[in-house]
Structures are given as structure tokens and as C-alpha cells.
Design a protein around this ligand. Structure first.
Ligand code: HMG
Length: 406
């Protein structure tokens, strides 16, 4: 029985800071951000939103669009490295907000940016075993990428959530998980010790680890498929790489071409790189350029970007997806797209969300990111102004140490 994804919900916060503003304030040439990193705007999350509200806002789209009774959801997995509690999972808060019934397995999963893929593959495998009941599952990736003020990572910040509806006989794409190429290794490239507000990063080393993991996962995937070097790139119509910033997709694809075509000289490799990047990778860059790093959801925001750009052209195509998480864990797998996906693509409304966002100033960004969640308290009346057609749930502060949402 095939299983995979039937629909995608995506949510990004309503505010963004242009890299132009950040560059001016930090005294850095804007070209470093626009050309060096390839990013233009970064999502800024206001303090009435968090990993829970973004997750619920993304998943609600799936229930509403597909007329799903919340009781039909039998597995709710939330992947995040921006959790709100050491014990209580984000999934339980989301279950409450979406009125999902009690016969549902809910849990939170973590492995840096790779956690979302681990959750997705787990759900697909679980659902494909249940041939009798044909249960539905939701897998959510929700994260806030915050780095220290003035650090090298600051320009790669972002926030957002992606929710995937997992079913048997999926409408959008299926995955044969037995073919997946896997790589994992214990490294310190990016980590956030308990209690730290922002991560500790060995930036250049993290890029090396990413490329090492890509090479390992690709060679595993290639051998599972029984392909020779050079045949994999040819067999894929699109490629999505984990994108902490846009340029990383270029670095990853260049490395992919190098390991696929070891026999060619640098000019020959460059030619294949240029042509295949434009056709197979560039259609998926919109999200990262406009939102930044959303950690667990990054690759899936890339998929939404491809779907909105290419629309019906994606039908029946093969998309290779490389998910990387620091620490590190990675997986390369194939999304086999279905036909008849036009209605799903129309209902994504990602570009509409991006267009409706409000620009903020550098000073407003500093103010928002200097405050911690513990310091806020909003009255329900006040929060009405924070909501819109995409922002349906907001965080209002704590009561008796319990997080409150409306
Ligand atoms: P940096 O020190 O700013 O890097 O840090 P740089 O000085 O090498 O500059 C970046 C690029 O801008 C270079 O191009 C420069 O030449 C160029 P490249 O050599 O890369 O092609 N540049 C310019 N271009 C045009 N005009 C100019 C100019 N100046 C410079 N004037 C780094 C960059 C990514 C390391 C930093 O931002 C960082 O530490 N980021 C956070 C970590 C990260 O994103 N790592 C990526 C791999 S690990 C990963 O993806 C996992 C992650 O998502 C976490 C998770 O799993 O949870 C992060």
C-alpha cells in the first residue's frame, strides 16, 4: 500500500525585516546578504506567536480545506527545535487548539532541522501498515531560527511552520521509504545547550558537515536504487536541499554535481551545474529568499515554492529531497508526484501570505527579539487585532505557569 502526503499547509509570521535594513544597521554591504547569502527578507515572529501557534495555524488549513473531522486524525507529530516546555510536547497544545480527539498518538520529535523528515518518514511507514483502518496523520514542522544579535548567523534568521497531511493513496506525492539514503554522525556543528536562548555555531564547519552528510546520503540512495554515478541527477526532475540560506542550495548542488560526475573536469562539471541548477533547483528558492531559515520546515517550504512556481508542470515528476539537521542527521529521498494536483496547488496561498506581510524597522526587530516569552501578557480583547485570515491562534502569556492561547 502506498502512503505519502495529500496536502500541505504553510504558515509564516506576519512581519519581516528586509536584509537591506539589517545591512545598514550592522554596517555590512548589502551585497553580502543579497549575493553572498542570497537572501532578501527574513520573517520576524512577534511575541504573541510561538512554535505552537505557527503549528496550529498551518495544520488548521489542512482540516478546513479537506473537510476533515479532527477525530479522524490518529497520529499528530510535531517536529521542532523551538519547543515551549521540557516535558509537555507542542503536539499536545496543537491537539487542544484543533480539537483533535483522544484516539490520537501525539508526540514531539527532535533532531535539529532533520527532525521533520524523521517524523514524516515514521508517519508514512506507520500509516502504510494500517491497510484496514486507513488512518490519517498530520506531521508538523515548526521553528523559530534566532541567532545572537550581530552574529554571523543573524542574517539567516527566520520563522515558520509547515503541516503535512499523511494518508494511504495520497493525492500529492508518495514516498517509498525503503529506498531512502541515510547519513548520521555525532558532530558539534550547531547546537543549543539547555537554557540557551540562541545556538552556538561553528559556521564553516557546519557547511562541511552538511556537504559530508549530502555525499553519504546520496551514495546510499544511489546504491539502494541500483544506479551508477552520473545516473541519479539525470533521473530527477527537481531537487530540494535543506536551505538555511539560499546560497547553501547552490553549494549543495555544486557538490552533488561533483560527486555525480567525478570523471568530468571542472569546466564540464560547471556546465552541468549551471544548467541543472536553473531547471531543477532554482524553482524552489522563493521561500528561503523571503522567509529565511525555518529549520525543520525548510525543505518542505522549498516544495511549496516549487509547487507555486511550476504548478501542473510538477505532475508525475520525481523530486529528490535532501533533509539535513545539525548534530548531525540527514536523509535523501524521492517524492513521486501525482497527477491532478491543480486544486491542491491553488489552495496553498503561500505567495498571498508573503504579499500580506508587514515590513518592520531594525529598531522594532531589536525590541521584539529582546523580550522573552515569559514577559508578555495580553488581554483577549487586545489579541483580536493580532489575528487575520492566516493567523488564527495567538499566544497571550502565562496563567499559573500554563501557556494560554486564544
Ligand atoms: P560568514 O562568515 O558570513 O561567511 O558566515 P562568509 O564570510 O564566507 O560570507 C558568506 C558568502 O558571502 C561568501 O560566499 C562570501 O564570498 C560572500 P561563498 O564563499 O559562500 O560563496 N560575500 C559577498 N558577496 C558579495 N558581496 C560582498 C560579500 N561579502 C562576502 N560584499 C555562515 C556564513 C553561513 C557560516 C553564517 O551565516 C552562519 O554561521 N550561519 C548559521 C549556520 C548555517 O547556516 N550553517 C549552514 C549549514 S548547517 C545547517 O544547515 C543546519 C542549520 O539549519 C541548523 C539545524 O540543523 O537546526 C543551520
Amino acid at each position: 500500500m502506498t502512503a505519502g502526503v495529500s496536502d500541505i499547509g504553510i504558515y509564516v509570521p506576519n512581519y519581516y525585516l528586509p536584509h537591506e535594513e539589517l545591512a545598514k544597521a550592522r554596517g555590512i554591504p548589502v551585497e553580502k546578504y543579497h549575493i553572498g547569502l542570497g537572501n532578501y527578507n527574513m520573517a520576524i515572529i512577534p511575541n504573541w506567536e510561538d512554535a505552537v501557534t505557527m503549528a496550529a495555524n498551518a495544520a488548521l488549513q489542512l482540516l478546513e480545506r479537506n473537510n476533515i473531522d479532527p477525530d479522524e486524525i490518529r497520529q499528530l507529530v510535531v517536529s521542532t527545535e523551538s519547543g515551549v516546555d521540557h516535558s509537555k510536547p507542542v503536539a499536545s497544545f496543537v491537539q487542544g487548539l484543533l480539537n483533535i480527539g483522544t484516539r490520537c498518538r501525539t508526540y514531539e520529535i527532535k533532531h535539529a532541522c532533520y527532525g521533520g523528515t524523521a517524523g514524516l518518514i515514521d508517519s508514512i511507514e506507520w500509516i502504510s501498515r494500517h491497510t484496514k483502518f486507513k488512518p490519517k496523520g498530520i506531521v508538523i514542522m515548526t521553528d523559530i531560527a534566532k541567532y545572537g544579535f550581530g552574529t554571523l548567523g543573524e542574517a539567516t534568521q527566520g520563522a515558520g511552520a509547515v503541516a503535512l497531511l499523511v494518508e494511504t493513496n495520497p493525492r500529492l506525492f508518495s514516498v517509498d521509504t525503503l529506498l531512502n539514503g541515510i547519513f548520521s554522525k555525532n558532530v558539534f556543528d550547531f547546537w543549543r545547550p539547555t537554557g540557551h536562548r540562541v545556538p552556538i555555531v561553528d559556521g564553516q564547519y557546519s557547511i562541511e558537515c552538511y556537504l559530508m552528510a549530502l555525499e553519504g546520503a546520496v551514495s546510499h540512495f544511489r546504491s539502494n536504487l541500483g544506479l551508477k554515478e552520473g545516473e541519479l541527477l539525470e533521473s530527477l526532475d527537481y531537487l530540494i536541499y535543506h536551505m538555511p540560506y539560499t546560497k547553501m542550495a547552490k553549494k549543495a548542488h555544486r557538490h552533488f554535481v561533483e560527486i555525480e560526475h567525478k570523471d568530468l573536469d571542472p569546466e564540464g562539471q560547471e556546465e552541468i551545474f549551471e544548467e541543472s541548477f536553473k531547471k531543477k533547483v532554482a524553482p524552489g528558492l522563493k521561500g528561503v529568499q523571503e522567509v529565511g531559515n525555518i529549520y525543520t520546515g525548510s525543505v518542505y517550504m522549498g516544495l511549496v515554492s516549487i509547487l507555486e512556481k511550476e504548478r501542473e508542470k510538477v505532475e508525475n515528476k520525481k523530486i529528490g529531497l535532501f533533509s539535513y539537521g545539525s548534530g548531525c542527521g540527514a536523509e535523501f529521498f524521492l517524492c513521486q508526484m501525482n497527477s491532478g494536483i491543480g486544486d491542491i496547488v491553488k489552495s496553498l496561498r503561500f505567495q498571498e501570505q508573503l504579499d500580506s506581510r508587514k515590513k518592520i524597522t531594525f529598531e522594532q526587530y531589536i525590541q521584539l527579539y529582546s523580550k522573552s516569552g515569559e514577559e508578555i501578557l495580553y488581554y483577549p480583547e487586545e489579541t483580536k487585532g493580532f489575528k487575520n485570515k492566516f493567523t488564527r491562534f495567538v499566544f497571550t502569556g502565562f496563567k499559573e505557569h500554563k501557556r494560554q492561547y486564544v
